[in-house]
Design a protein around this ligand. Structure first.
Ligand code: FMN
Length: 199
């Protein structure tokens, strides 16, 4: 069976700086022998969590939307690369709503004590968080990092590394920074190698 790495894009711009970084990281994962798939969160059709709590007893959500297919993909994947800009000092709303819908995984893992992730995959699943911000201030990623760590814990992905790039308002075009593109490639490649060697 192949090794699957999902790239989750939080930006609505599929050719923006975040998307370019994500694609470089996924290229690294492919060069390590993994299959990759990009999911553009703002293009999905789904609602925010409505706290119905069907997931307290069941391993799915009552809300029948694009998240149903996501639950399946996120159970079966080996690695995850989340790339997102900072918006209003946190992650963009669509991505936050996407993550909140993983309450289905939270209830299974922490309340019923039966993770939805296949047991044999749990030790090897690794995640990378790529964040970019317009401003160059020290605490700009603090909230986003907490959210990302919680998300990775909920879905049984070990937080392997992050690549946090500040000051995009000045850098403007990420293609002018081959060092940062190379860093994304190397970190994606590392994720790919770890999940391959682990399984
Ligand atoms: C609605 C919105 C809110 C933003 N809020 C912040 C912010 O609070 N702090 C910051 O550093 N950058 C902020 N930014 C800047 C983005 O993080 C930055 O422009 C980033 O490079 C966008 O990446 P993209 O073009 O790949 O989507 C904001 C951008 C938008 C569109």
């Amino acid at each position: 069976m192949g090794y699957r790495v999902i790239g989750l894009l939080g930006s609505p711009l599929t050719e923006g700086n975040t998307a370019i970084l994500l694609e470089r990281a996924l290229e690294g994962a492919r060069d390590a022998g993994c299959e990759t798939e990009t999911i553009v969160v703002p293009n999905l059709d789904f609602q925010p969590c409505m706290e119905i709590f069907h997931c307290r007893e069941h391993s799915t959500c009552m809300m029948d939307d694009d998240m149903q297919a996501m639950y399946h993909k996120f159970r079966e994947m080996d690695g995850l690369i989340v790339a997102t800009p900072i918006m209003t000092m946190g992650i963009p709303g669509a991505l936050k709503s996407f993550i909140d819908r993983f309450q289905v995984f939270f209830m299974a893992k922490y309340v019923r004590k039966e993770s939805l992730v296949p047991k044999e995959l749990i030790p090897y699943r690794r995640g990378l968080y790529i964040g970019i911000s317009g401003m160059n201030v020290p605490d700009v990623f603090d909230g986003a990092k907490l959210t990302m760590r919680a998300f990775f814990d909920i879905i049984d992905v070990r937080y392997h590394a992050d690549l946090l790039i500040r000051d995009m308002d000045h850098i403007r075009d990420i293609k002018k920074r081959p060092d940062l593109l190379e860093a994304a490639y190397q970190k994606g490649n590392e994720i790919g190698r770890i999940v391959r060697e682990g399984r």
